[in-house]
Ligand binder design. Structure first.
Ligand code: ADP
Ligand code: ADP
Length: 229
């Protein structure tokens, strides 16, 4: 469940400047597909069309055959978990941040999600002041720790579809590896769209799609693309 299809999708923010010029691909249910390409290629635009921040110009985006335009916004957003590059946290406890959007969750469920994401020691603390002062119960969360909060939130939400949009791009290489491992565990069994500008950051994708200037220029598996350079 959760097959994503882009069918000849065309999109532009400004009428005279096409951003996606006929993009087609499929992410079969439970599989992981990565979109790789240089900055400005249109990768994030693809995730915004799936999440319906914008509607496609021409073509179709479907989930299990249903046009996303026919799915209620709330239903769609419940079905999709998103881990962005920089997670913005609310000035409330980590517990609140994990629970965000799942107000029916029990303490036990929240604690389990926090433990799986390995952020449980911080659960009662405030991320407040991570750029300025560290308050009494405050804590200066690192980039990796903020991603762990996003991961815990996703585990608790439990969506069938996952978008990882440059989720490890802002991290140093050691932290990146740790967060990648955690993301791979979360993506297990979910339909996952990974967005990245470097091929080296993609590990377990079933297919990699190379996007350049709004067009798919290459597709294949990791080893094939690496040997082609
Ligand atoms: P990528 O994720 O591959 O870096 P994006 O999908 O973010 O690329 O952006 C593709 C192009 O669309 C870029 O040239 C960018 O400047 C432009 N763009 C992105 N968002 C907007 C917007 N809200 N309004 C106008 N142009 C945008
Ligand atoms: P967008 O800002 O792109 O419209 P969302 O509103 O879904 O997207 O928010 C993106 C992220 O920012 C989510 O992880 C959400 O929890 C977080 N967020 C949204 N509003 C706030 C806020 N007022 N304070 C802190 N974080 C927020």
């Amino acid at each position: 469940e959760g097959t994503i299809r882009f069918e000849d999708v065309r999109f532009s923010y400004d009428p005279d400047r096409p951003i996606l010029k006929g993009v087609s691909f499929e992410v079969p249910a439970g599989k992981t597909v990565a979109i790789v390409g240089p900055s400005g290629a249109g990768k994030s635009t693809i995730s915004r069309l799936l999440y319906r921040f914008y509607d496609v110009g021409e073509g179709r985006v479907t989930i299990d055959g249903q046009d996303v335009r026919d799915v209620q916004q709330k239903t769609l957003r419940n079905a999709i978990g998103m881990v962005p590059q920089d997670t913005v946290l609310f000035n409330d406890t980590i517990r609140y941040n994990i629970r965000y959007g799942r107000w029916d969750a029990t303490d036990e469920e929240i604690e389990q999600a926090a433990a799986l994401a390995q952020i449980d020691p911080f659960i009662q603390m405030l991320p407040k002041g991570y750029d300025t002062e560290v308050g009494e119960r405050g804590l200066k969360l690192s980039g990796g720790e903020k991603q762990r909060v996003a991961i815990a939130r996703t585990i608790l939400k439990g969506p069938p579809i996952l978008i990882l949009d440059e989720a490890t791009s802002a991290l140093d290489s050691y932290t990146e590896k740790e967060i990648q491992d955690a993301l791979e565990r979360v993506s297990e069994g979910r339909t996952t769209l990974v967005i990245a500008h470097r091929l080296s950051t993609i590990i377990n994708a079933d297919e990699i799609i190379v996007l350049s200037a709004g067009e798919v220029v290459e597709r294949g598996h990791h080893s094939e693309l690496l040997t082609q350079g």
